[in-house]
Write a protein that binds this ligand. Sequence first.
Ligand code: ADQ
Length: 491
Amino acid sequence: MQTRGIRLVVVSNRLPVVVERNKDEWRIRPGSGGLVTALAPILRNRGGLWIGWSGSSKKIDLRSMLDTASQKTGYVLRPVTLTEEDIANFYYGFSNEVMWPIFHDLQTRCNFVPAYWYQYLSVNKKFAKVIADQTGKNDYIWINDYHLMHVAHNLREKRKKLKIGFFLHIPFPPMDIFLKLPWRAQILRALLEYDLVGFQTLRDRRNFIHCVQTLMPDAHARGKGQVITVTVPGRTVRVGTFPISIDFKDFAQQAASKKVSDGAWYFHEDLPDRQIILSVDRLDYTKGIPERLEAIRNALLRFPDMHLKVTFCQVVVPSREEVPEYQALKAQIEQLVGEINGQFTKSGWAPIHYIYRSLKRDELLAYYRAAEIVLVTPLKDGMNLVAKEYCACNIEENGVIVLSEFAGAAAQLQKYALLVNPYDVEGVADAIYRAFTMNRDERRTRMKKLRQSIRKHDIFWWLNSFLSAAFTKHLDDFPLLDEYVPQIEMK
Ligand code: ADQ
């Protein structure tokens, strides 16, 4: 990449690593979550740059730690420093209490506090300054997600001609909900300062265009297909749909490894003659975990032939643990698991196994491989990578996926998954029973098709569609380096 003088710069709220204190020592560990899973393989060894917050407000010298981490990640990491006030009002406030709930259609969970908004603007300005200091005219700037919608607006003041793309990882809400946002017009105008705005699904893009046309009467949308254009006085912006995906080959290969195969075999040996029904979610109210547990209770009540024959494994990955709302959700989940196990457990069989921790990749893949059925039932989700990861790891092609119609993944997988409304307890219970009783041939036909589709539309397909729409570039324009030497000079 350096040879041709062009560079991809990814910007997200969090760096793909977490800086944390362990007794008297600061250390860096890899981050987790959908965005990191998706973007890390792309930047690796291509000499790119990733700008984001380290996750800490402490005044420590991050430079040398991040440079050491860069040797491992294969791209340069540069921090944006946030103060305690930024973290409180921008991160916990505007991002978590306004943007996250409203963009997931849950406006009753929003706190529209004006101070949050001003801090959002100020932190977006901070990001713009770091980007302007760290980049040159040959760089392609790719801003990710709802925390940073205003960055282009600030960057344009300093660097008018910079090429800036934006991708929204979460859904874009329908107009009736978006209109409740007090800063709706500012957010839309800020988004229209990018060269390309990317959404996960057509539904999200339609919602966005609908809001633009309602709030900005002088805006015109034209075209059809994956990328359309929106014209506002003085600017033309491209707006596209790019369903994010996974490194299919890598997941399938790792799932076939001896370590993962052995791990999967041991799970089943511990649970003989049972179908494992798996769910894996970050701790979050959008993931619909309590609603799913109620559906499991309903299924166990109405279909007693499932007793002794199924084990539900609910893996919850800790997230935003300091927030009282998330603590309450954890308590609610644990109470429900306790109640349901108390209600149905028989000698030698407890229906639900509950795991609350972050799993190592091998362990996660062993769960994917061992499970006969996966339940992915978020109330709303931008995409949901777990759905795609499960299919990639299902190398025997005998698994069934029960999928929420409100997950972005449903747009692609709806035909061969069992689609459900996650609020419909009986409907989800019926789908669980249908998956449990589905014959081998039907399972195979469905899973084959699901895997074909994800293999074809993998993370590299996603990246190339975005890069070519945003910058008329392709991944090969940022070639792998023979030897990776981090470029660490400051501009
Ligand atoms: P997330 O809300 O984080 O991402 P998701 O797409 O489900 O949601 O990705 C979760 C990721 O975490 C998966 O890649 C998974 O492998 C990983 N993970 C899950 N369980 C784990 C565990 N126990 N230990 C370690 N890692 C685990 C946001 C949006 C999504 C969108 C993604 C990508 O909310 O809708 O799909 O971005 O755009």
